[in-house]
Write a protein that binds this ligand. Structure first.
Ligand code: ARG
Length: 596
C-alpha cells in the first residue's frame, strides 16, 4: 500500500518552493492554489504578496515562473494572467501516471492521517421503551458515516450508543409489569421463533399505554409507581430485573431498525445512561470539592456568565437535583470522565440534535473547568438540524404524531423498488432482474436514498424529508450515483478482451482531464471531511464525480474509441471512477449494486 501525492499537492509544493526562491524576503508564502475553469489550476497568492512587498504583481509572477525553471513534466504550462495570477496546466502524462499509481493501491493512494488519535463517537442513541423517530435516524446515519470516514483515515474509533435507559419514567412501566407479570411473556414456552422488532415495539407500546392510563386514573398506582422509582435507584434486585426486561425488549427493536438501515451496531458498544450510575456520586463530589459546582437551593449547580434565562437570571447546569436525583447532565459528565480516563480518548464527538447544543456547551465547559477536558482532549458536538415535512414544519403525521422511523424506511424501500422495477423493464432481455434482485436492489436504493438525502446537506441545516425527490434518478441523489456505478460495471462486463490499462503516452480530451483531475482529489476531499466532520462534502465530491463521468460519456466513447489503446485507457479511467465511487459511497454507508 502506497499513498500517492495528489497533483494539486505537488503543484502547490513546486510553487511554494519557486515563491521562496524568487522572493526570499517573502518568507513562507501560500501560493493559494485552486481548481480553475481557464486552466487546470490557478494560483492567486502572488497578488496579496505583491501588496505586502509593495511590488508589481505581474512582475513578481513572472519572477516566480522563471524560478520554476523547466516546466515540462507535471507542469506543462504556467502562464501569468490578469493582474498577476498564474494559470497552470498539468501534463496529460502526469495525470495518467498519477491515476495509474492510485489504481495500483487498494486505498486508491489515499494516505493515513499523520497523527491519528482516539475518538469516542456518541451516536445512534434511541430511548428504551420508545419508538425511534427521524431524529434518531439522523444521528445514526451521520454518526455511522463519520465512523467509517475516521477509521479509513486511520483514527482509532470507539463507538458509544448512549441510549436513554434510565430515569423516573421507568417507575410506572416497571410497576405495571410487576402487577401484570405476564405482559412480556410471549416468547417463553410458546415457540422458539424469536420475537421480531415490530412485535417487540408493539408490546412496549401496549404496555406503555396501559400503564399510562392506570397512572393517570389511579392515585394509588401513581403512588406505587413513585415508590418503584426509589427502589430502582436504590438497586433493588427484583426492580432491576424488570427494568432489564424493558431494555432487552427495546434492544430487539433497535437492532431490527439498525439492520433495516444496513448498519452494524455491536452490543458491547451500547452503553446507555445507566452504564454510568456507579460514577455519579464521585462526579458530583469531584465537582463540588474543586468548586466547579456549588449548592444552590439544595441542588448542585454549575453557573456560566453567558447563560441566562429570558428573565436575565443565570440558568445553571443542574448536576444533582434538590431531591438528590441525578439527571442527564450528571450522566454526560460521568461519561466524559469514563471516555477520557478509561477509554483514552483525545477526541469526543457527539452526533446529537442541535436542540441539545446548550446542554453540551454547558457540559463541555464544566468538564473543562474540572480538568477532564483540556488542550489535549477536545469535545465536539456534531449538531444536526431538524427533519422537516414537505410543508417546511417539523415532520409529523397528519394526526400530529411523530412519524415512526420504520414506516418511513418501509415506504422508501417500496418507492425505490418501483423505480428499480420500472427501469429494469427497459433493460435488454439478458440484463433483466429477477423479482428477488428487484427486492434486494430496492432495499439498497431505498435505504441509500434516505441516507444520502441526510448526508448531502450540511448537517447543521434543517432538511425536508421528501421521498419523491430522494428516489429521483436525476439530480443530487444516491440513485444517480448508484446508476453511475452500475453503468460503468455494465461497460466493463461488455468490454470483452479489452482490459483497463493506463496509457500515459496518450493525449487526453478535456472531459478526460476533468474527470482525471477530480479522481486525483479523492484523498484531499476525504482528509477535509475527516478533519471538519462534514460528510456532506464527501457527498458533494461524489456527486461531482458522477457528473463529470456523465459529461465524459457524452464526449468520449469508451468501447468504440478510435484505437485499442484508447479503449484500454478509457476503460482504465472509468474503472478507477467506479472504484472511487464505490469506496466513497461505502464510507457514507451506501451500497453500490453491480447491476441496476
Ligand atoms: N437519547 C437522547 C435522545 O434521544 C440522545 C443522547 C445523546 N447523547 C448523549 N451523550 N447525551 O435525545
Amino acid at each position: 500500500m502506497a499513498s500517492v501525492p495528489s497533483l494539486a499537492s505537488t503543484v502547490q509544493q513546486r510553487l511554494a518552493d519557486a515563491l521562496s526562491a524568487a522572493l526570499p524576503e517573502a518568507g513562507a508564502a501560500d501560493p493559494l492554489l485552486r481548481r480553475s475553469d481557464r486552466a487546470d489550476f490557478q494560483a492567486n497568492g502572488i497578488l496579496a504578496l505583491a501588496k505586502k512587498l509593495k511590488g508589481n504583481p505581474r512582475e513578481l509572477a513572472t519572477k516566480v515562473v522563471d524560478a520554476l525553471g523547466d516546466t515540462k513534466g507535471v507542469l506543462k504550462d504556467v502562464e501569468v494572467s490578469g493582474p498577476g495570477f498564474l494559470n497552470i496546466t498539468i501534463g496529460d502524462r502526469a495525470i495518467t501516471e498519477t491515476l495509474d499509481a492510485r489504481a495500483a493501491d487498494e486505498r486508491l493512494g489515499v494516505p493515513y492521517a499523520e497523527k491519528p488519535g482516539t475518538t469516542v463517537i456518541d451516536y445512534a442513541q434511541p430511548n428504551v421503551a420508545k419508538e425511534m423517530h427521524v431524529g434518531h435516524l439522523r444521528s445514526a446515519v451521520i454518526g455511522d458515516a463519520m465512523v467509517q470516514i475516521l477509521e479509513f483515515a486511520g483514527e482509532k474509533v470507539i463507538r458509544r450508543h448512549h441510549i436513554g435507559d434510565w430515569g423516573t419514567q421507568f417507575g410506572m412501566l416497571i410497576q405495571y409489569l410487576v402487577e401484570h407479570p405476564h405482559e412480556l411473556d410471549h416468547r417463553s414456552g410458546t415457540d422458539d421463533t424469536a420475537v421480531s422488532g415490530e412485535e417487540a415495539m408493539s408490546n412496549l407500546n401496549r404496555l406503555y399505554k396501559a400503564s399510562r392510563a392506570l397512572f393517570d386514573s389511579d392515585e394509588e398506582f401513581k403512588a406505587r409507581s413513585r415508590d418503584r422509582v426509589v427502589l430502582l435507584q436504590s438497586g433493588d434486585d427484583e426492580t432491576l430485573k424488570m427494568w432489564q426486561r424493558f431494555v432487552d425488549e427495546s434492544k430487539i427493536y433497535f437492532y431490527s431498525v439498525f439492520n433495516k438501515l444496513d448498519m452494524e451496531i455491536h452490543d458491547p458498544d451500547v452503553v446507555g445512561e445507566s452504564g454510568y450510575n456507579d460514577m455519579l456520586d464521585e462526579t458530583c463530589r469531584l465537582l463540588e470539592e474543586s468548586g466547579v459546582a456549588v449548592r444552590s437551593e439544595g441542588a448542585l449547580c454549575v453557573f456560566f456568565d453567558d447563560v441566562k434565562g429570558p428573565d436575565g437570571n443565570p440558568v445553571p447546569l443542574i448536576v444533582r437535583k434538590s431531591n438528590g436525583g441525578y439527571g442527564y447532565a450528571a450522566t454526560d459528565l460521568s461519561a466524559i470522565r469514563d471516555r477520557v480516563q478509561n477509554l483514552g480518548a483525545d477526541t469526543l464527538l457527539y452526533v446529537v440534535d442541535a436542540r441539545q447544543s446548550l446542554h453540551f456547551r454547558m457540559v463541555f465547559e464544566t468538564a473543562r473547568r474540572a480538568g477532564w477536558l483540556n488542550d489535549d482532549v477536545k469535545a465536539v458536538q456534531l449538531a444536526f438540524g431538524t427533519v422537516l415535512g414537505k410543508d417546511g414544519k417539523p415532520f409529523k403525521t397528519r394526526e400530529g404524531e411523530t412519524v415512526r422511523l420504520v414506516d418511513l424506511l418501509d415506504e422508501a424501500i417500496e418507492r425505490a423498488s418501483a423505480v428499480v422495477r420500472e427501469k429494469a423493464e427497459t433493460l435488454p432481455e439478458g440484463d433483466r432482474l429477477t423479482e428477488e434482485e428487484i427486492a434486494e436492489r430496492g432495499a439498497q436504493v431505498g435505504i441509500g436514498a434516505i441516507k444520502y438525502a441526510d448526508l448531502s446537506t450540511s448537517a447543521s441545516r434543517d432538511y425536508k424529508f421528501d421521498l419523491d425527490q430522494m428516489v429521483s434518478l436525476n439530480g443530487d441523489t444516491s440513485v444517480y450515483l448508484q446508476y453511475a456505478y452500475a453503468r460503468i460495471r455494465s461497460i466493463i462486463r461488455k468490454s470483452g478482451d479489452a482490459e483497463p490499462v493506463a496509457h500515459p503516452e496518450l493525449e487526453l480530451a478535456p472531459a478526460e482531464r476533468a474527470l482525471g483531475l477530480h479522481l486525483d482529489q479523492f484523498g484531499e476531499a476525504l482528509a477535509e471531511v475527516a478533519a471538519s466532520y462534514e460528510p456532506h462534502k464527501l457527498a458533494a465530491y461524489l456527486y461531482q464525480l458522477a457528473s463529470l463521468l456523465t459529461t465524459f460519456y457524452d464526449k468520449c466513447p469508451v468501447l468504440k474509441a478510435e484505437t485499442p489503446e484508447q479503449v484500454e485507457n478509457r476503460l482504465f479511467l472509468v474503472d478507477l471512477t467506479a472504484r472511487t465511487l464505490r469506496q466513497g459511497m461505502a464510507l457514507l454507508g451506501i451500497r453500490t449494486p453491480e447491476r441496476l
